[in-house]
Write a protein that binds this ligand. Sequence first.
Ligand code: NAD
Length: 264
Amino acid sequence: SNTLMAGKRGLIMGLANDKSIAWGIAKALADAGAELAFSYQGEALLKRVGPLAAQLGSDIVLPCDVGNEASIDGLFDALKERWGELDFIVHAIGFSDKNELRGRYVETSRANFTLSMDISVYSFTAVMQRAEKMMKPGSSAVTLTYYGAERVMPHYNVMGVAKAALEASVRYLAEDLGKDGIRVNSISAGPIKTLAASGIGDFRYIMKWNEYNSPLRRNVTTEDVGRSALYLLSDLGSGVTGENLHVDAGYHVVGMKAVDAPDI
Ligand code: NAD
């Protein structure tokens, strides 16, 4: 443990269970002395998120559906009442109809395109709109993205398009909020077996491919992502904004399947 986040308070959005990337990040932040609040989507998740929050010493567990403006306002009103100020935000939320996370991108429906962009892209901007009012200079926000934004990955489809837009919005938010000393970055995580990932077609094959072909010859864990989020959210990242940090065992630098990589 360390004291990188001592005296800092922040909100974790997107915790569903102990496999969630949000959980790896929350553990790293709590271990560094941060005080945490959690938001969850839908009553069903409260029975999982409540005990996990308690495990990290937090009793601030608030509902928020990011598809609903009033729900986002409710979350930030409650946080403002409880804390007044906020030092960091983790946005680990994405959604798309899993029937469209297989097969051909060209078949994407208008309804699911709109929904995926709304929940996976706009929600981060909507959250930062409220958060900036509670943030002092030195505050920091992180969202989660994937390499499918930069290159075509099998089955990622409309989520790739959404993540590209999310990464672009990180750059615009970094410029807007940078004037107030607030930093905004994304982490491009390698594939990790979570609830959301289980909706993606052939996900196990994608995991194996990354394991065999990344420079580190392994997949990343939610703890790996947590440690990098700690860097971006703490003062260690004080000069970094608008950045997309790849936490993917180096996969994104590789141009060709390695000669020693096994066939899958
Ligand atoms: P997860 O299923 O544990 O988390 C996804 C979260 O999004 C859940 O907590 C869910 O409740 C929340 N969510 C969905 N719709 C919502 C809504 N309308 N309002 C509020 N919350 C909502 O899966 P995860 O893999 O930890 O996903 C976290 C983030 O990481 C996502 O943005 C995902 O795209 C991204 N990511 C995941 C991987 C991976 O391989 N797992 C890789 C790169 C990026």
